[in-house]
Design a protein around this ligand. Structure first.
Ligand SMILES: Nc1nc2c(ncn2[C@@H]2O[C@H](COP(=O)(O)OP(=O)(O)O)[C@@H](O)[C@H]2O)c(=O)[nH]1
Ligand SMILES: [Mg+2]
Length: 205
């Protein structure tokens, strides 16, 4: 599958203000600065699509992008505000939690949540906590390890294996996972084909 057209649609503060849930939707979440916006731009081959912000933690909105692919399907990509940003106030953090929980649990057309993990690091507690929360909500998710170009290949393998073995403490099966780089476009085709196959099984709500 290949993306043929991509454009920014709208930003909203709450799930019930989002566009009509009549197309399959894929949302990207992860720590601030993990590379969510860069990945969206890389997948769509559109470097101006999602803003690559220099000030992490600033955007607290649900950002919708309208995508058309070469199989004539229309779908949404969503850039969600990140977590794990230290310099955020308690009240903003609570607002974020509420917004994200509602979006994840109530957005009817959300087919899959992509949780981005920085492949440069050993397992980080903020990521593990967030994923454990997804387990409690029974939310299906996929892991996307980002910035693989910044590592030597062995380091990527070491960090991703370490992350998956932490998850194995709580999960019987490892989630699907992808290794990506916005710079080299590693993982692009696999991720697009994965979305393409999920699009094919999406039934109109
Ligand atoms: N080398 C490299 N840098 C990346 C990659 N993805 C993101 N970045 C950089 O990491 C920073 C944060 O990226 P951004 O997409 O804004 O992260 P977001 O906060 O999760 O949306 C930016 O300076 C990006 O240029 C990648 O795959 N490789
Ligand atoms: Mg961003």
């Amino acid at each position: 599958m290949e993306i043929t057209s991509s454009q920014y649609l709208i930003s909203n503060p709450a799930y019930d203000k989002c566009p009509k849930p009549d197309r399959p939707e894929y949302a990207f979440i992860g720590r601030s600065n993990v590379g969510k916006s860069s990945l969206i731009n890389m997948l769509s081959n559109n470097k101006n699509l999602a803003k690559i912000s220099a000030t992490p933690g600033k955007t607290q909105l649900i950002n919708h992008f309208e995508i058309v692919s070469n199989d004539k399907k229309k779908w949404y990509l969503v850039d969600l505000p990140g977590y794990g940003y230290a310099k955020i106030s308690q009240s903003s953090r609570r607002r974020w939690e509420q917004m994200i929980e509602n979006y994840i649990r109530k957005r009817e057309n959300l087919v899959c949540l992509f949780v981005l993990i920085d492949s440069r690091h050993e397992p980080q507690q903020a990521d593990i906590d967030f994923i454990n929360q997804l387990g409690k909500w029974e939310t299906p998710f996929v892991l996307v390890f980002t910035k693989s170009d910044k590592n030597k290949p062995m380091a990527t393998k070491r960090n991703t294996d370490a992350f998956l073995s932490v998850l194995a403490e709580n999960w019987e099966e490892p989630p699907p996972h992808f290794i990506t780089s916005a710079l080299t476009k590693e993982g692009r085709k696999l991720l697009l084909d994965y979305i393409g196959s999920l699009n094919n099984s999406f039934t109109r709500l």
